[in-house]
Write a protein that binds this ligand. Structure first.
Ligand code: NIG
Ligand code: FE
Length: 412
């Protein structure tokens, strides 16, 4: 079906198909058309232009969007959306004075979620996760990455990855799956870290690959979790089997994770709350994109990724939610875009680029998603009547999305 959208106050993030990501100063440029029209043909964007040059087009339906802004759907390149239960008790414990680290050390945190997962049926995990996915789609997310990581042992990890697989089958948006078996040490492997990495490589990874359950490999490279040596070992093994890396680094400590990511050809290095000058330096001239997760900084009261420094160094930056039960229990990309502006000193243009085209790049989706481009998927957000696109991050915490289109279909 051909649908023509007319009188769009501003059509945001219009790009040529050659743009795969934007870096440095380019991030402050957000190409738009004012008083525009947009034509979609079934699941694809067919054309767009200015109202004063609207050609004669035969369409099944015309929708007037006076006063409204249209922008591509958000590309959330880092989530742990598939999990069981919640951890609001740990949230309360942190308010009462315990730290995230102290909670983890006494068996809470990731191990707590792993225990809940074990006691929850695969069907139930699917239902809980599908609910979250529906919610984030209604908030404008139109492409998403989801990690395993709360199974830890083989059965649990494969269970999570099968749930992601089922979400891929049931939902109409692109979903990229990442295998994060090396998220924390299960209790049985306490003080046996190397054995656990071997177990992940020998017992779980081949099954993940054989069953085609993941596109990417991840590891939590952090003091008290896994070190650079573990990271190199795992990434090299995964690469041999065709899995590229997207890794957790520099969340609490800078231990060389960024370097390990770049050296192993990672698609992205994510978190980066703690960055040394050499970490920024080593990202230059690499294809690895840094990803900031400001929802996690807000929720854990930890530093925000120095996005300003990263962009000023000429690098690209993507924004994602990190949606998970422990450090960021929100998958709301609108809030993430607001936080990037308010707390990371990014301009609305930079934040929107980081949450769309650069997010798409961080999932290898920028040829089909992340911008309003002829031939790309018709995935876009229509706002309520608002004065400008900057009003989106400005009106933080309020939902200004009127409707969301995925592959040319309106979400109901
Ligand atoms: O990205 N840092 C590692 N993993 C998750 C949090 C895991 C949890 O607390 O459940 C993160 O923040
Ligand atoms: Fe994460």
């Amino acid at each position: 079906m051909k649908i023509l959208f007319t009188n769009i106050q501003e059509l945001v993030q219009i790009r040529d198909s050659s743009v795969e990501k934007v870096s440095g100063k380019e991030m402050n440029i957000l190409p738009t058309l004012k008083n525009a029209w947009l034509l979609i043909n079934n699941e694809k964007i067919e054309d767009f232009g200015e109202m004063n040059a609207l050609p004669e087009i035969n369409v099944e339906k015309t929708i007037d969007l006076t006063g409204r802004i249209v922008l591509p759907t958000w590309c959330d390149s880092h989530t742990h959306l598939v999990y069981a239960g919640n951890r609001e008790q740990e949230f309360a414990d942190r308010i009462s004075g315990l730290t995230y680290e102290e909670i983890a050390n006494r068996g809470g945190g990731i191990l707590n979620s792993a225990k809940t997962l074990e006691n929850t049926s695969e069907e139930d995990v699917y239902e809980q996760s599908a609910q979250r996915l529906k919610e984030v789609m209604s908030l404008g997310t139109g492409a998403i990455e989801i990690k395993s990581g709360y199974g830890l042992k083989k059965e649990g990890e494969l269970k999570l990855l099968r749930v992601i697989q089922k979400l891929k089958e049931e939902f109409d948006l692109p979903i990229k799956a990442t295998f994060l078996g090396a998220h924390a040490l299960p209790t049985e492997y306490k003080a046996k870290r190397k054995e656990y990495i071997n177990y992940v490589i020998e017992e779980i990874l081949p099954q993940v690959v054989d069953q085609k359950l993941a596109e990417y490999i991840d590891i939590f490279c952090e003091q008290g979790y896994f070190d650079v040596d573990d990271t190199n070992t795992l990434l090299a093994a995964a690469k041999k089997l065709g899995l590229q890396a997207k890794i957790h680094v520099n969340q609490f400590h800078a231990i060389g994770g960024v370097q390990a990511g770049v050296e192993n050809g990672a698609l992205s290095v994510d978190h980066l709350e703690v960055m040394r000058p050499e970490d920024i330096e080593c990202l230059k001239n690499s294809k690895t994109i840094p990803v900031a997760l400001p929802g996690c900084s807000l929720f854990l009261s930890i530093p925000y990724t120095p996005g300003r420094e990263i962009i000023d160094a000429g690098l690209p930056l993507a924004l994602a939610t990190d949606y998970n039960p422990g450090s960021a229990p929100s998958g709301n990309m609108n809030l993430v875009v607001s936080l990037a502006c308010i707390k990371m000193n990014m301009t609305p243009e930079e934040a929107i680029n980081a949450a769309t085209i650069n997010g798409a790049y961080a999932m290898e989706l920028s040829t089909t998603h992340g911008s309003i481009t002829k031939g790309k998927s018709a995935n876009f957000i229509i706002t309520e009547p608002i004065p400008s696109y900057a009003y989106l991050p400005y009106s933080f915490g309020s939902n200004k999305i009127a409707s969301v289109y995925i592959n040319g279909n309106i979400l109901n």
